[in-house]
Ligand binder design. Structure first.
Ligand code: GAR
Length: 195
């Protein structure tokens, strides 16, 4: 299974996925890393693992559809089977979602449907809840609305600030994302479909 990863920022989840591939716990072939942010640190991280990287900006295209058609070309060129979004801070449109229906997944730092969108960790602190978590879900063209594949709770301690909570959430993400991808790809190759 050839896997593309889309990311806009740091890339710690991309790194966790690449590390899992390297150690053999995730049986996938990383095809490429794409970023909509040419300066994103994720690009260098990917290159350190010997993975091809590509970047272009939506605003250089006439429309979102044109941008996604270019992305689709790239995915075809690399024979990509699955796409994992890892901190890709953009909504996907019908062009990509339709072409890769049920083969695009995302990780989000909350227990969806709670706290969708930006700054999910800040939203959880603001709401003064005592737990949040991580969700891995299929991507549709809504904002964090696709079917949930897996969730894990992260307790919020008294005194947790954004940094401390983000650290706890991310350490769950780095374990859960590669693990879930492995299960998903294995099950799908055996004909088992989640949701
Ligand atoms: C991750 O925590 C991911 O869950 C979140 O962005 C972070 C990216 O970190 N994604 C979203 O908020 C998507 N709505 P990373 O670049 O270090 O992997």
């Amino acid at each position: 299974m050839r896997l593309a990863m889309f990311a806009s920022g740091t890339g710690s989840n991309v790194e966790a996925i690449l590390q899992a591939v390297r150690s053999g716990t995730l049986e996938a072939e990383p095809a490429l890393v794409f970023s909509d942010q040419p300066e994103a640190p994720v690009l260098e991280k990917a290159r350190d693992y010997g993975i091809d990287t590509h970047t272009f900006k939506p605003r250089d295209f006439a429309s979102k559809q044109h941008y996604e058609e270019e992305l689709l070309q790239l995915l075809k060129q690399y024979h990509v089977d699955w796409v994992a979004l890892a901190g890709y801070m953009r909504l996907l449109g019908p062009t990509l979602v339709t072409a890769y229906d049920q083969r695009i997944v995302n990780i989000h730092p909350s227990l969806l449907p709670a706290f969708p969108g930006l700054d999910a960790i800040g939203q959880a602190l603001e709401a003064e809840v005592n737990e949040t978590g991580v969700t891995i879900h299929y991507v549709d063209d809504g904002m964090d609305t696709g079917a949930v594949i897996r969730q894990e709770t992260v307790p919020i301690a008294e005194g947790d600030m954004k940094d401390s909570l983000a650290k706890k959430v991310q350490s769950v993400e780095h374990r859960l994302y590669p693990q879930t991808l492995q299960q998903l790809l294995k099950d799908r190759s055996e004909g088992v479909h989640h949701k």
